[in-house]
Design a binder for this molecule. Structure first.
Ligand code: C2E
Ligand code: CA
Ligand code: CA
Ligand code: CA
Length: 281
């Protein structure tokens, strides 16, 4: 009787109950959002540090919620992951981003040199037909595969190394570039990662921020950049916010950067303006 009482207590925990209802509401809202196409993609510039040159954009999804306004992915991506709805959202983002890249390539002088980076979730990587979906999007949008970069976190790889390995090989055959995202935040095993056909390593913002203070771990960025380079990877530093961070990264031969110092994620119109005009940096 005691055990049953305890079990009942857990089921009817008012806090849990409220959270469950909120999640259910969010899931219901997300399903509607997918149907009504309430998502938008914002584009954050990626800059080549040697020449201060715009080389591409990372596509970052937002949700135009009819009641709550523009919602950050941090709020809905976890639920989208949990419910599996991320596969539909992710597919939409990929299509939207490639379509936009195609427009930029056709309409602007600098367009042809730009690349687009798209985040892939664990659920997407687990889809057996993901490569087929990507082929279809590339065919539909006429985007050169070499201009597409797919960002995958370490944990996504480690969750399913076998299927990730097969999939990455197929993507490499198409000359699609693969980035390891948020590097250093997951279970990092560089020797293990070396066995995957990766092209780009993105140093997580937390390391870039610690670089200029004297805390433990401040010396990790030079180490990461050196190892990445010795593995033949291009390094992109995330979350550059200060001129000091930028100067240090340049001195360390970091290849590319991204962060508020250059630009926050932009709307399509703002990003287009940036391509057409000479960027301010
Ligand atoms: P992420 O892939 O690591 O993307 C970088 C995040 O850092 C973005 O947040 C960006 O706005 C933010 N950021 C960039 N520069 C700076 C900076 O200088 N300072 C600070 N404080 N932040 C900076 P955002 O757009 O809120 O996205 C959060 C996360 O949501 C992304 O992290 C990514 O994991 C996920 N996400 C976004 N779009 C998608 C998507 O289409 N599919 C999937 N699966 N995940 C996505
Ligand atoms: Ca990313
Ligand atoms: Ca990242
Ligand atoms: Ca992140």
């Amino acid at each position: 009787a005691k055990a049953l009482g305890r079990g009942q207590h857990q089921v009817f925990d008012p806090v849990m109950h409220t959270r469950a209802l909120q999640l259910l509401q969010l899931e219901t809202d997300l399903r509607r959002a997918i149907q009504q196409q309430e998502f938008v993609v914002h584009y954050q510039p990626i800059v080549e540090l040697n020449h201060n040159q715009l080389v591409g954009f990372e596509a970052l999804v937002r949700w135009h919620h009819p009641q709550h306004g523009l919602l950050s992915p941090a709020i809905f991506i976890p639920v989208a992951e949990e419910t599996g709805l991320i596969t539909q959202i992710g597919h939409w983002v990929l299509g939207e981003a490639c379509q936009q890249l195609c427009k930029w390539q056709q309409g602007n002088l600098d367009g042809p040199n730009l690349s687009i980076s798209v985040n892939l979730s664990a659920r997407q990587v687990a889809q057996l037909d993901l490569v087929k979906q990507i082929d279809q999007v590339l065919a539909d949008t006429q985007v050169n595969p070499q201009a597409l970069k797919l960002e995958i976190t370490e944990s996504v790889i480690m969750e399913n190394p076998q299927s990730a390995s097969v999939m990455f090989q197929e993507l490499r055959e198409r000359q699609i570039q693969l980035s390891i995202d948020d590097f250093g935040t997951g279970y990092s095993s560089l020797s293990y990662l070396h066995s995957f056909p990766l092209n780009i390593l993105k140093v997580d913002r937390s390391f870039v921020q610690r670089m200029t203070d004297s805390s433990e771990g401040s010396g990790l960025v030079p180490l990461i950049i050196n190892i990445a380079h010795s593995l033949g990877l291009t390094v992109v530093a995330e979350g550059i916010e200060t001129a000091q961070q930028l100067a240090q990264l340049k001195a360390l031969n970091c290849d590319c950067g991204q962060g508020y110092l250059f630009s926050k994620p932009l709307t399509v119109e703002q990003a287009t303006e940036l391509i057409v005009k000479t960027p301010p940096w």
